[in-house]
Ligand binder design. Sequence first.
Ligand SMILES: Nc1nc2c(ncn2[C@@H]2O[C@H](COP(=O)(O)OP(=O)(O)OP(=O)(O)O)[C@@H](O)[C@H]2O)c(=O)[nH]1
Ligand SMILES: C=C(OP(=O)(O)O)C(=O)O
Length: 215
Amino acid sequence: MSATDHRYPQRGYPPVHLLVPVKPLHLAKSRLLDGGARHPAAHTELVAAVALDTVSAARRAAGVGGVVVITSDPVLTAAFAAMGVEVLPDAPAAGLNAALRHGDAALRHRVERVGALQADLPALRPDELAAAISAAGADRSFCPDRHGTGTTLLLAEPGRPLDPRFGPGSADAHAGSGAKPLLGPWDSLRCDVDTEADLRAARALGLGPRTAAAV
Ligand SMILES: Nc1nc2c(ncn2[C@@H]2O[C@H](COP(=O)(O)OP(=O)(O)OP(=O)(O)O)[C@@H](O)[C@H]2O)c(=O)[nH]1
Ligand SMILES: C=C(OP(=O)(O)O)C(=O)O
């Protein structure tokens, strides 16, 4: 679909509803925990703070019609509900892409466009997410992480399935699925946090308030 798609001549493109999957806190971000730098309780607090900052920033981005978290973690479910964020349980509990496909199916009958955003973007700036969504137009698109191998954002074409291909080498997998790479100067959108080095990079960009307090 081209950026001048005739279906959206006057009002621009439909807003995207972003699915944000998060593992149960005690299982999430094991590579950060393996660094041994913090106590398990501090680790879960940090992972929760990162997810909350990510979602909070995403909700404030132009072009985002809503954010729906996919998780079975009870602490996260309560925290997001308190923020007024819709939460879907993790089904069929068969990994990240299965959870996203399930969320896509749950949403697509009631929204025009679905996307997926990683939950580990603690420096995310709403203006950078908005700029990436704008650059996507109505095309199936993805934003590679700062290493160029992973994916932080995937946008389906309006009315089309998300067809997520997250996992090792997902940037190539998404490009191979016909998605357009979004390669603008959006450091905060590209800085997902898997390791202590990633966390330092995010800190240099400026952490969200909950993450800043947790580190
Ligand atoms: N709901 C849900 N989210 C998942 C699942 N697997 C991964 N995620 C989330 O998807 C995002 C990307 O996953 P990774 O970057 O590999 O994060 P992770 O699995 O927590 O990290 P590692 O343990 O270090 O591999 C993270 O926010 C995870 O919490 C899953 O099976 N269900
Ligand atoms: C699952 C992914 O995240 P990460 O590479 O951070 O594990 C991905 O980028 O597809």
